[in-house]
Write a protein that binds this ligand. Sequence first.
Ligand SMILES: Cc1cc2nc3c(=O)[nH]c(=O)nc-3n(C[C@H](O)[C@H](O)[C@H](O)COP(=O)(O)OP(=O)(O)OC[C@H]3O[C@@H](n4cnc5c(N)ncnc54)[C@H](O)[C@@H]3O)c2cc1C
Ligand code: FES
Length: 349
Amino acid sequence: MTGEARHHVVVDGTDVQFDCLEGDTLLRAALRAGIGLSYECNSGSCGSCRYELLDGEVRTRWSEAPGLSARDRRKGRRLACQSVPVSDCTVRVGTPTEIAMHRPGKQRAELKEVHPLTHDLSEFVFSTGQPAVFSPGQYAMIHLPAGPVERAYSMSNVGNCYGEWRFVVKRSPGGHATSILFDKLEVGDVVELDGPYGHAYLREHDNRNIVCVGGGSGLGAMISIVLGAARLPDAGARTVHLFIGGRTTQDIVVPVALELAAVRLGELNIHAAVSDQADFDQADFEDGEVTSTPYRGFVHDAVVNYFDEAIRDFTCYAAGPPAMTDSLARALVLGQLLDADRLHFDRFY
Ligand SMILES: Cc1cc2nc3c(=O)[nH]c(=O)nc-3n(C[C@H](O)[C@H](O)[C@H](O)COP(=O)(O)OP(=O)(O)OC[C@H]3O[C@@H](n4cnc5c(N)ncnc54)[C@H](O)[C@@H]3O)c2cc1C
Ligand code: FES
C-alpha cells in the first residue's frame, strides 16, 4: 500500500482486522485483504453483505439501496458494499464465505473496440496494459467518470496476459451507465475497472459436464464459462450445453468466439429460447447456429424441458435478470433436480 489515508477495521469477536483505503468500501477493502465477507452483487441490491457497525463512522454511498429491508434499517443494519469508512471501525459480520482466488484491484482501462451484437447488445473491449487476472464467469465494476456512475459487468472473455477485458452489455432504456457506454464513450476513452468479483466462476476441478444458461445480458458471463471450459486440459472429453434466452429471435446471438470453443470441446450444444414471439422456427437462425429446435418460452423452462432428471449429471452456471436466475434455481434446486452446490449464478440487478 502507498502512503494514502486508511482506516483500520476490526471484525468483532474474531482476530480478523484489515485496512480500508480512504474512499474504498468496507466490502472491497476486506476482499482486497483476502478476507471473504459474504457478498453477491457489490451493487446494493441483494442484501448478502449486511452487517452491523458497532463502533466508528461510515458514509453510505446509496442510502435507498434495496438490499436493506425496512426491518433491516430499523435494526440498524447496513450494507458493506455501500459503506465507506471515514474513521477506524468495529463491525459485526456473518460467517466469512469462500474467498475467490483472485484479490480485486483497481486499474485504468482504455476502450479499444465496440462490437454491436444485436439491436441492444454490444461487446465492449477494454485494455489495461497489464495481465487480466480473473476466473471465467466473474465480473468487474466499471466506473465511468462521465457519470460519474459505477455498475457491475461480467467479463465475456477469459483471463489473459495481454490485459484484455471484454464485456457484453445490454442497453437499458434510459439507464444511467448504459447511456454513457453506448452513446458517449469513445474508443480511446479511459474508465476505471475494479475487479474481479463474484462467486459464479467456472469450477475447474469439477469434471462434470456443464450447462450454461444466459438470459439477455447474461450471455457474456456464459461465453466466458464456455471459453474457460474449452481451455481445460480435458476439454475434449467435456460436453457443454449453452442455453441463450431472449424475448424475440432478434435477441439471440451466437458470438463467433464460440466457434473456437466448439473445436476444442468434446461437444458444444447451443439452444435458444424465445419468450415473447409466437411465429418463428429454426429457419430464423443461421445454419448450424443452434443445435436443437428453438424453445418457445422462458429459458429456465427450456432447460427443464430439455433435460428433466438428466440434469443431475451436470454442473450448471447461469447469469441474467434476477427473475430468470431465481426461476431457474426454483425449478432445479427446489424441484430437487440439482443440489444447490451444483448451481452457480449471478443475478444482474
Ligand atoms: C454481478 C452483476 C453482473 C452484471 N453483469 C452484467 C453484464 O455482463 N452485462 C449487462 O448488460 N449488465 C450486467 N449487469 C447489470 C448492470 O450492472 C446494470 O445494472 C445495467 O447495465 C443497467 O445499468 P444502467 O445504469 O444503464 O441502468 P439504471 O437503470 O440507471 O441502473 C440500473 C441499476 O443500478 C443500480 N442503481 C440505481 N441507482 C443507484 C445508485 N445511486 N447507486 C448504485 N447503484 C444504483 C440499481 O441496481 C439499478 O437496477 C450486472 C449486474 C450485476 C449485479
Ligand atoms: S453485495 Fe451488498 S447488497 Fe449485494
